[in-house]
Design a protein around this ligand. Structure first.
Ligand code: ATP
Ligand code: MG
Length: 340
């Protein structure tokens, strides 16, 4: 059966990019796939997280999943650290992946900046843990934003190298020669990469120090309107056709957000707003964003009022995830030659 895995880090306030690029796309996959959605708290601590903030953010991601329409009965929703097999498989993958592969990762280079001597070893090994998240469940498809494309390629490289390095042992154990699947990324739609509201060349991120750079899922209507009003743009009117957006990253971003939020193409949006100025477009975008986000924020707040229920969802999900994870790890230990 096709199986989907995807994760979100509890590393700050969830934003519109996380929603449009990932969470929203998780919902329809529940109809066609077995779906596993994870709050990747072990990934989050690759950069410093204050423990109380980590707990708050973990529950907030779980609440966002449910508020967006992920059904905890149908899907497995859990936080990564409750299933220790993620760490166990990540170690094996640390011994499969090559230093050179990791050193090429643009996310590491972006997050480490110029001071890479001083970032955690975990941040360097991040893609290896991500490969473990996915392959522990032998997931065939991973819906993610465009920024994760390179990490997905690395996951495929790790799966391929593991299958090759251990070919003889996999055969001797009577297992499928393609022990780990070569996972397909699902990166599609008009919102695969939402950019910062302050800088059209940087992606919108939880870890951006500027709160003005992102629309958070729990922002109220006022905050959303202000952030959109202040969003950096050029002075020109909106173009009449999509080609007119090609060298205008900020305009392209805002039109893309409008298109994604209203389930239209950018061309449809420009058919309505082409030739008009920002004074007309920005308030319309703010109104649209509020109409989509406010009901979800209300539902998230309602869910976050009852932490016991949220924690029970994560615990139940972890139990179900552990069954699959332990099956895979039992095979991996045999393949690698670990005595039990
Ligand atoms: P951080 O800054 O801590 O890395 P983040 O905002 O990048 O946080 P992640 O938890 O790393 O969020 O990513 C969760 C999912 O959201 C991934 O599938 C990622 O590709 C997607 N995503 C993140 N930012 C964007 C964005 N700006 N546009 C579209 N998708 C995004
Ligand atoms: Mg990220």
């Amino acid at each position: 059966t096709p199986r989907v895995f995807s994760g979100i880090q509890p590393s700050g306030d969830l934003h519109l990019g996380n929603y449009l690029g990932a969470i929203r796309r998780f919902v329809p996959l529940q109809q066609s796939h077995e779906t596993i959605y994870c709050v990747v708290d072990m990934h989050a601590i690759t950069v410093w997280q204050e423990p109380n903030q980590l707990r708050r953010a973990t529950r907030e991601v779980a609440a966002a999943f449910i508020a967006a329409g992920i059904d905890p009965q149908k899907s497995i929703i859990f936080n990564q650290s409750q299933v220790v097999q993620h760490a166990e498989l990540a170690w094996v993958f640390n011994c499969i992946a090559r230093m050179g592969w990791m050193a090429r990762m643009t996310q590491f280079k972006d997050k480490a900046g110029k001071n890479s001597e001083n970032v955690s070893l975990g941040l360097f090994a991040y893609p290896s843990l991500m490969a473990a998240d996915i392959l522990l469940y032998k997931a065939t498809h991973v819906p993610v934003g465009d920024d994760q494309k390179q990490h997905l390629e690395l996951t495929r490289d790790i799966a391929t190298k593991f299958n090759n390095d251990y070919r003889a042992a996999i055969g001797a154990e009577g297992l499928e020669p393609d022990f780990f699947p070569i996972t397909e990324p699902l990166i599609a739609g008009p919102a695969t990469r939402i950019m910062s509201l302050r800088d059209g060349t940087k992606k919108m991120s939880k870890s951006d120090p500027s709160d003005q750079s992102r629309i958070s899922l729990l922002d109220d209507a006022d905050a959303i309107a202000k952030k959109i009003k202040r969003a950096t743009t050029d002075a020109a009117e909106l173009p009449n056709a999509v080609e007119g957006l090609s060298d205008r990253p900020e305009a392209d971003n805002l039109v893309g957000i409008f298109a994604a939020l209203s389930d239209q193409s950018k061309a449809d949006v420009l058919a309505e707003f082409g030739g008009q100025g920002w004074g007309k477009f920005k308030p319309a975008l703010a109104e649209l964003a509020v109409s989509v986000l406010a009901p979800m924020a209300d539902e998230m707040r309602r869910l976050l009022d009852d932490l016991e229920t949220i924690d029970a969802v994560l615990r139940d999900g972890a139990e179900r995830a552990r069954v699959i994870a332990e099956d895979t790890m039992t095979e991996v230990r045999r393949i690698v030659g670990f005595i039990r």
